[in-house]
Design a protein around this ligand. Structure first.
Ligand SMILES: CC(C)(COP(=O)(O)OP(=O)(O)OC[C@H]1O[C@@H](n2cnc3c(N)ncnc32)[C@H](O)[C@@H]1OP(=O)(O)O)[C@@H](O)C(=O)NCCC(=O)NCCS
Length: 322
């Protein structure tokens, strides 16, 4: 019999209990990906600033065989929760996914969300499950990969070709104080990217939110690399953010150029510099992944120019909680 239990993220046992489930699902669905580590799972489960999360695990006896993790924000987008739902390949078609889904939708309704969106790689299994459970596809992302050669074994990236007097500033742990406000403002422009049928309200992060996110990244041992383009007036005109942890695959997270500064080659310049930097500092990395909405032609053009190769697609499946 399947038992669903809510787990507390603050309990260090949670990641330990769920890691074998996550590893078995990644091995099945993404066989060329590295085996996830505790740090990667903590990244998946831990909500960022101003967000709350809930984690539900399905147990057969004492063994966890599936989990659902969702996060929502009362401050930013109260009606929507987003997350993941997964069941170990050895325990599928036993109704576990449906039970986890039911429990998560009930709990999300109780905390005020109208809809929950689960993200998953596009597979016939996920599509069949979504069809059986009335999930609606609301966006599709493409994942692209960049194979990295060891630092120093290829020609250096061309020096910045952007046609304006930007200097670049790099940081890992903390954004420099003098750039904090304009970096927070620049971060709002990640929402300029298309997001399918999802309605995402405008949100302007403040300096405190940036600092809270930086603290969270340190807590979950996710190493951040940010390269920002800065104007002579000391304003952030764009930035690129990457993450690394202890597996061979790093993550290209945000690529943002503030509207007034677009069309000057900044995205290419920042992405090149950031890639060279992370490769030099994280020699165990052999590739990077990035997820971008399928309709984001601008970023796909940037990825193509930089040698990224499209790998597979992912979709967001929306469920109503009522
Ligand atoms: C989608 C998923 C959660 C389903 O879990 P599950 O416990 O097998 O789901 P259920 O047993 O509740 O299935 C409910 C219904 O969905 C449909 N369904 C599910 N899997 C199916 C499959 N492989 N083929 C056809 N129909 C399927 C069926 O109608 C099923 O009912 P039935 O078994 O009575 O015919 C599971 O396959 C999974 O974890 N997939 C990977 C998800 C993922 O990749 N997440 C991100 C990882 S990074």
């Amino acid at each position: 019999m399947t038992r669903i239990r809510r787990l507390e993220l603050a309990d260090p046992a949670t990641v330990r209990i769920l890691l074998p489930v996550y590893q078995s699902v990644v091995a099945e669905e993404l066989p060329d990906d590295p085996e996830p580590t505790a740090s990667e799972l903590a990244h998946v489960l831990t909500p960022r600033a101003k967000r709350e999360s809930a984690v539900f695990a399905a147990f057969h006896g004492d063994t966890a065989v599936g989990f659902a993790a969702v996060a929502h924000s009362r401050l930013i987008n109260p009606p929507l929760a987003v997350g993941y739902l997964l069941v170990s390949p050895s325990h599928r078609r036993w109704g576990t996914g449906s039970e986890l889904l039911r429990r998560t939708l009930n709990e999300s309704a109780a905390t005020g969300q109208d809809h929950v969106v689960f993200e998953a790689p596009d597979t016939s299994t996920v599509e069949a499950f979504a069809k059986a459970t009335s999930g609606r596809r609301v966006f599709t992302d493409y994942r692209s990969l960049l194979e990295l050669r060891p630092a120093g074994t290829e020609a250096p990236s061309p020096a910045g070709s952007s046609r304006a007097p930007y200097r670049t500033v790099r940081w890992t742990d903390r954004c420099p104080d003098q750039l904090l406000d304009s970096y927070a403002t620049a971060r709002a422009h990640i929402l300029d990217a298309p997001s399918g049928d999802l309605s995402v309200p405008m949100h302007r992060p403040d300096a405190e939110e940036v600092r809270t996110d930086e603290r969270i990244l340190r807590q979950i041992a996710l190493r951040q690399y940010v390269v920002a383009a800065v104007t002579p007036e000391e304003q952030v005109a764009g930035y690129v953010q990457l993450f690394a942890w202890d597996t061979f695959q790093g993550v290209q997270e945000h690529t943002v150029v503030v509207p007034d500064h677009r069309g000057r080659g900044l995205a290419l310049k920042l992405r090149r510099e950031a890639t060279d930097w992370i490769r030099a500092h994280e020699p165990h990395l052999t590739r990077l992944q990035v997820m971008n909405d399928s309709a984001n032609t601008w970023i796909h053009a940037v990825n193509d120019r930089l040698g990224w190769v499209r790998d597979r697609s992912w979709s967001g499946w929306e469920y109503s909680t009522s």
